[in-house]
Write a protein that binds this ligand. Structure first.
Ligand code: URP
Ligand code: ZN
Ligand code: ZN
Length: 460
């Protein structure tokens, strides 16, 4: 049987460096050719007039089914990747979490078992390394060479997951040797623990606003500085996840000036929401926004917008880690027990388009770099993913830039009974989403089954 063909006509194709109105012919799973006018008797022809065509979004920071703080994030790989697809994200990179004492291969297989046959998007894994033993270091080579995992996350906070500076150094030494990258959750765990001790006295335990007070920007900038020092010593590329504040950005700017291999990621929530949300009188309204690092001040948001515009920060991800309101309720009497994380995987592209491109004049090319291209380059998926060119996977978003819509948890697809962006008016919506040559979403209808999403082996 010959592979199916799909012809997309009249769309304005946007890549990292081009904006051009051309036709795209897809044969099977890949783009065959892109030309001014293509006359081809394709099985399916789609008219994309007055729409942009973006590379499918890549969200390199999600947590589906993550056991955390005695509970599990509420999106499964099935519900979470379905939601991602509706929002134009065709690839996620999730974090396989090593339990202390566990082999990396077992952690990875555990995540494979959760994702296999369940995903609507393509997917890959980073490994969160929480226990650096001799065997762990020996396993890194196999992860990179045989398992397609070239990035390893470390935590400097969270008592059950953080590693110390010597362990970080050992890990960076070996990851560098095999051409991988280390990711870091940069918050200083000791400082946070001390602050928690202080703020946990008496009735203060019930106040959600203590969460940001225990995670001030200094905890983030200090950890960022320390992680950069180790990366410099080991000459290991370091990707700093969920950068949230001006002080941490300054550390990254300094490092980049010295040509150190430091990459930054922020998440859509830090660009759009701020810490005033923690002051809500009702516990649950404030608890909805508890994540680490916490939401920051308006000036931090502005600094982040500048950093994504000027290239200091190269990726806008989500750190999608949703919890139902009843799960958040666990911290009613103790703010330290509120599970950390918020949903976002469905709205990243539409939020960034509406708030960035429409409201702040971000260029379309920059939008593509931040939502797919840079992540594909950094995490070893390029040119299969992250661009629109012949021989690349046909992962495409046909995007209507004029369509207005309102965010609501009643209509979203994430398994979360609230939205941090409830009631927000957006301009621009994903109309059709194509994954490896198949129309996966069309005008709100899902046309593929779970399990169509494939595991992606990444290179270094
Ligand atoms: O609060 C957060 N960010 N939860 C998800 C886990 C992490 O730290 O990335
Ligand atoms: Zn983190
Ligand atoms: Zn995370």
């Amino acid at each position: 049987m010959s592979p199916t063909s799909l012809l997309i006509k009249n769309g304005t194709i946007v890549t990292e460096n081009k904006v051009e109105t051309k036709d795209i012919l897809i044969i099977g799973e890949q783009i065959e050719t892109i030309e001014e006018k293509i006359n081809y008797n394709a099985d399916t022809i789609v008219d994309a007039k007055e729409c942009y065509i973006f590379p499918g979004g890549i969200d390199p920071h999600t947590h589906m089914e993550l056991p955390v703080m005695g509970t599990i994030s509420s999106d499964s790989f099935k519900s979470g990747t379905l939601a991602a697809l509706f929002g134009g994200t065709t690839t996620i990179i999730d974090f396989a979490n090593q339990l202390r004492g566990e082999h990396l291969i077992d952690a990875l297989n555990n995540w494979h078992n959760k994702a296999k046959n369940n995903c609507y998007t393509d997917y890959s894994f980073h490994i969160s390394v929480t226990d650096v033993q001799e065997e762990t270091l020996e396993e890194i080579k196999k992860m990179v060479k045989d398992q397609g995992v070239s990035s390893f996350k470390t935590f400097m906070a969270y008592n059950t997951m953080k590693i110390g500076p010597w362990e970080m150094e050992a890990l960076m030494g070996i990851v560098k040797q095999y051409g991988g990258k280390v990711l870091v959750h940069a918050e200083d765990g000791e400082m946070i623990n001390d602050l928690i001790k202080n703020y946990s006295k008496n009735k203060n335990k019930q106040k959600v606003v203590n969460h940001p007070l225990c995670h001030p920007p200094e905890t983030e900038s200090l950890a960022t500085k320390n992680a950069i020092k180790i990366s410099e010593k080991k000459d290991c590329p370091l990707y700093i996840v969920h950068v949230s504040c001006k002080k941490a950005i300054s550390e990254i700017v300094e490092a980049q000036k010295q040509k150190l291999p430091i990459l930054g990621e922020t998440c859509i929530q830090y660009l759009l929401l701020d810490e005033s949300l923690y002051h809500h009188k009702k516990f649950i309204e404030a608890a909805k926004y508890v994540l680490s690092p916490p939401l920051r001040k308006q000036e931090d948001r502005e600094a982040l917008w500048t950093a994504i515009q000027n290239g200091t920060i190269e990726v806008v991800a989500t750190d999608h880690c949703p919890f139902l309101l009843k799960q958040k309720q666990a911290g009613e009497n103790d703010f330290t027990k509120i599970p950390n994380g918020i949903p976002g995987v469905e709205y990243r592209l539409e939020l960034l388009f509406s708030e960035g491109v429409i409201k702040r004049g971000m260029s379309l090319n920059q939008f593509v770099k931040l939502t797919s291209y840079n992540a594909a380059k950094i995490f070893g998926l390029f040119p299969k993913k992250g661009t629109i060119q012949a021989k690349s996977d046909a992962d495409l978003v046909i995007f209507d830039p004029n369509k207005k819509h309102v965010i609501s948890s009643k209509t979203h697809h994430m398994n979360c009974d609230y939205s941090p962006y409830e009631g927000m008016n957006l301009i621009g919506k994903c109309r059709t989403v194509i994954l490896r040559g198949k129309i996966a979403i069309d005008h709100e209808n899902i046309l593929i089954n779970e399990g169509y999403g494939q595991y992606l082996y990444r290179t270094t």
